[in-house]
Design a binder for this molecule. Structure first.
Ligand SMILES: [Fe+2]
Length: 274
């Protein structure tokens, strides 16, 4: 088990150093280190202290074409160099043949798209040589597609042996914006494939909940973590704070502690089998 970690951000670097003993592991943004020698050297030093997981935003596994070979090769090198236990990216596309979108765009949820994506994810996992976790994103426009989000994820998992990074804040926001039941979602996806969790907070806009990853983790998301952990063993949680960093770092440390407590407070029948 990796334990309870924090997303590494430059704004938090000093406090992370100061409180290294309170943080089990760190997740870094892959693209900040892929082709950046200086940053890479700092990452190597960091990796001597605790486990590091690269979390990508630019693989664009949902694009029609195969992932960029140079990117995948560089990713494999990074994963190897820091001995990452796994790596992750998002269930989305971020580029078309001509345009880099600059955002995580949702996919049409059809069986064909799910199967094609699964094939690509499997090939990337094989090329990199470590487990590849796919993360659920938030989306504000829900196209009329045949599969629900949970069914789409289940279909992807059916056709590859990658894992899942379940962002519980994204699940909570999508469930409220699109009117589905988060628990039913948990009952539909293959929970045994969930290796890692993201925990974050958003804000409630006038008409919809907004994913900012810039607020404290709300009680609804903590409740979902309890629901998840009661059903399946999870190897790692991560507090993912991207903006509006608190003046008092203790707030994040308290969240890290709370996640660790939830992670280890599993029912006896699950804890015994893990
Ligand atoms: Fe996330």
């Amino acid at each position: 088990m990796l334990g309870s970690g924090l997303g590494y951000r430059a704004e938090l670097a000093e406090e992370i150093d100061r409180h290294a003993d309170r943080i089990d592991w760190l997740e870094v943004i892959t693209e900040h280190y892929l082709f950046a020698d200086e940053a890479r050297e700092r990452l190597r030093l960091l990796a001597r202290r605790c486990p590091i997981v690269p979390h990508g935003v630019e693989l664009s596994i949902g694009s029609d074409r195969e992932p960029d070979a140079a990117y995948v090769e560089a990713l494999a090198g990074l994963v190897e160099e820091i001995d990452a236990p796994w790596f992750s990216d998002h269930l989305c596309f971020t580029r078309t043949d001509r345009v880099a979108l600059g955002l995580l765009a949702p996919l049409p949820r059809t069986r064909e798209v799910a199967r094609r994506l699964a094939g690509k994810a499997q090939r990337v996992q094989q090329a990199v040589g470590r487990p590849f976790l796919l993360e659920n994103i938030t989306y504000y426009v829900d196209l009329a597609t045949p599969l629900t989000e949970a069914q789409f994820i289940a279909e992807v998992m059916e056709h590859c042996d990658c894992g899942l990074l379940l962002d519980l804040a994204n699940l909570d926001i999508n469930a409220r914006n699109h009117g589905f039941d988060a628990i039913e979602f948990l009952q539909t996806i293959p929970l045994e494939r969930v290796t890692q969790v993201h925990l974050a907070g958003g804000i409630d806009g006038e008409d919809m909940a907004l994913d900012t990853h810039g607020e404290a983790v709300p009680s609804r998301v903590w409740d979902l973590l309890d629901e998840l952990v009661a059903r399946t063993p999870i190897q790692a949680t991560l507090i993912e704070r991207d903006t509006d960093f608190p003046d008092d770092f203790t707030e994040l440390l308290t969240e890290i502690d709370r996640a660790r407590t939830a992670l280890t407070a599993r029912p006896a029948e699950l804890a015994g089998g893990a």
